[in-house]
Design a protein around this ligand. Structure first.
Ligand SMILES: Cc1cc2nc3c(=O)[nH]c(=O)nc-3n(C[C@H](O)[C@H](O)[C@H](O)COP(=O)(O)OP(=O)(O)OC[C@H]3O[C@@H](n4cnc5c(N)ncnc54)[C@H](O)[C@@H]3O)c2cc1C
Ligand code: SF4
Length: 505
């Protein structure tokens, strides 16, 4: 599948590389921009530090796949190690390992962006054609009733018994056979990720795509010609090898809300807002234990969402919380259960009886990206009281739902573990303080860090994504989002990347 993709772990980097548009990062943002620009006849180079994985290369082996498909081999965390910061590192970015849920930006969020931040070009009406095109890119379609596994149906059953609103989400799978290993890549190539849609289209339109090409910095950001300083990586992406440079008139940084800000900081580009306003949207996984076998690991893991408590907030954008069924492979589930040794083994032997949910609680800007030693980012984040309060509330609601659906107990994976077996137990959630390293919070929807703004005193980039103080250095990913766009960021990022690319001359 990768005939036209140049793998720099196997091929020497070109001696002279020049282009009109250099795009850094090949996830939903970068791949979309590369495709649209190439289809406009522009000269495009796309640089990606991850490898190229499709079909059988996605082996379904936990260890190997987290190692190869995730940033920092799945080990990226906040500085205090309180939140796992999950991000893809592969051609196609996080869309190769995400849960395939397609959730557009809620209109109330766009209204908030317009009213509170006055950002032109991102209103519901202006984004509508790009949002439609994003859904087409993703081949978005509803998850069918026969594709709902028992774990998702139990969450729905419990919610319905309690009269709570919910929905089966849309997804970007075609030809899914329900193997359930989506979070370590789909060997069936069922996920219509940018790897299978935007990147082939970009290549067909003449874009040059390099993998195992890590950008270390960009120089000359205020000049006509920029220099992009890169290193080729080895086949597994562990070690940096040959250094090479690329000349470009326009640089589009699309390395994620962590990676883009970090690259700008490494390059000394931008104003003091770069790196600030980080939103991690920390999520809490909980498990429900049933007497019956649930086999949540079979079929589509994340299909049903309880949306009753998700709200639009005039001051903050997306607020409240959302509860979504989820399941992981044994390796990841064992790390998320709060037991080790004999108890951990006994609990894992009941793997077939587990249903799990993610409590998705949007946040306001609460952190920052800093330069760390060895060219690595430091992700600094302080959880706010309002986030803790909504997490506690979400735990109670999710527990009621699972108990209504017949669960024996709900496990909150904190230390010490919290076991909730009845309504009377719920008040014990009030004591949870989510102190660092006591509960496995996850982040999959990083946003902020190079905030779009109408004035350089308010953010890191202008409304077109051009980093303030530069000549044609842009950020096209969720770095620019002034508030949380959605519970899920893939469709939003493709939408805004399309809008920003359309405006780019
Ligand atoms: C486990 C998980 C599940 C998720 N589930 C969903 C879901 O179901 N639905 C949904 O909508 N969203 C989901 N998301 C979120 C979604 O996948 C991301 O928001 C999206 O992929 C971000 O797109 P992006 O283009 O901004 O960045 P990314 O997809 O992160 O792509 C950035 C790319 O840049 C590369 N890169 C970084 N730095 C450099 C550098 N210096 N040089 C070269 N390349 C570099 C990285 O290797 C990476 O491939 C999930 C995310 C995760 C991690
Ligand atoms: S559940 Fe479907 S999309 Fe996920 S890995 Fe299996 S076949 Fe692929």
């Amino acid at each position: 599948m990768s005939d036209d993709v140049v793998d720099l772990s196997a091929t020497a980097p070109p001696a002279q590389l020049t282009t009109e548009y250099c795009i850094i990062g090949s996830g939903p943002a970068g791949a979309t921009a590369a495709r649209l620009l190439a289809e406009r006849g522009r000269d495009v180079v796309l640089l990606e530090e991850g490898g190229d994985f499709t079909g059988r290369a996605l082996t379904q082996r936990d260890g190997a796949m987290y190692d190869q498909l995730y940033m920092d081999r799945g080990g990226r965390t906040t500085e205090d190690m309180s939140i796992a910061v999950l991000q893809g590192r592969a051609l196609g970015g996080g869309a190769v390992i995400n849960a395939s849920d397609v959730v557009p930006i809620p209109p109330a969020v766009l209204e908030h962006w317009s009213r509170r931040f006055g950002i032109p070009g991102l209103s519901e009406a202006e984004l509508a054609p790009h949002a439609r095109a994003a859904l087409e890119d993703l081949r978005a379609n509803p998850i069918r009733e026969d594709q709902l596994n028992l774990a998702n149906r139990l969450l729905r059953e419990g919610a319905q018994k309690l009269g709570l609103r919910g929905e089966v989400m849309d997804h970007n799978r075609q030809g899914c056979i329900g193997l359930g290993t989506c979070l370590i890549g789909c060997p069936m190539n069922a996920k219509q990720s940018p790897r299978l849609v935007a990147i082939p289209a970009a290549l067909a339109a003449g874009a040059r795509v390099f993998v195992r090409a890590r950008v270390e910095r960009v120089t000359g950001a205020q000049r006509e010609d920029k220099t992009v300083v890169c290193r080729a990586l080895d086949a597994k992406g562990y070690h940096a090898g040959a250094r090479f440079e690329l000349r470009a008139k326009t640089v589009i940084v699309a390395a994620s809300a962590v990676g883009s800000a970090h690259l700008l900081l490494q390059s000394g580009i931008g104003n003091p807002h770069v790196g600030r306003n980080l939103m991690l949207q920390p999520q809490l996984p909980i498990t429900a234990i049933f007497e019956r076998e649930v086999d949540a690991f079979r079929g589509i893991p994340q299909a049903y969402a309880v949306t009753e408590h998700e709200t639009a907030d005039a001051e903050r954008g997306l607020w409240g919380f959302r509860i979504e069924a989820i399941m992981g492979t044994p390796g990841i589930v064992s790390t998320l259960l709060p037991w080790i040794g004999a108890e951990g083994k006994a609990r894992m032997s009941r793997y077939r009886h587990i249903a799990a949910s993610l409590l998705l609680v949007p946040d306001e800007p609460s952190g920052e990206i800093r330069r760390g030693p060895g060219g690595r980012p430091i992700v600094r984040y302080t959880q706010r009281d309002n986030h803790r309060a909504r997490l506690r509330e979400a735990i109670k609601v999710a527990t009621r739902i699972y108990l209504a659906a017949g669960a024996r107990e709900v496990v909150v994976p904190c230390h010490p573990p919290l076991l909730l077996r009845s309504e009377a137990d719920l008040s014990s959630a009030d004591a949870l303080d989510f102190a660092p390293a006591t509960v496995p919070l996850l982040s999959a929807h990083q946003q902020g860090t190079v905030r779009f703004s109408t004035s350089r005193s308010q953010g890191g980039a202008d409304p077109d994504g051009q980093v303030w103080g530069t000549k044609r250095v842009y950020v096209f990913d969720s770095s620019g989002y002034p508030s949380s766009a959605s519970s899920h960021t893939m469709a939003p990022i493709i939408t805004t990347a399309r809008a920003l690319t359309a405006r780019l001359s």
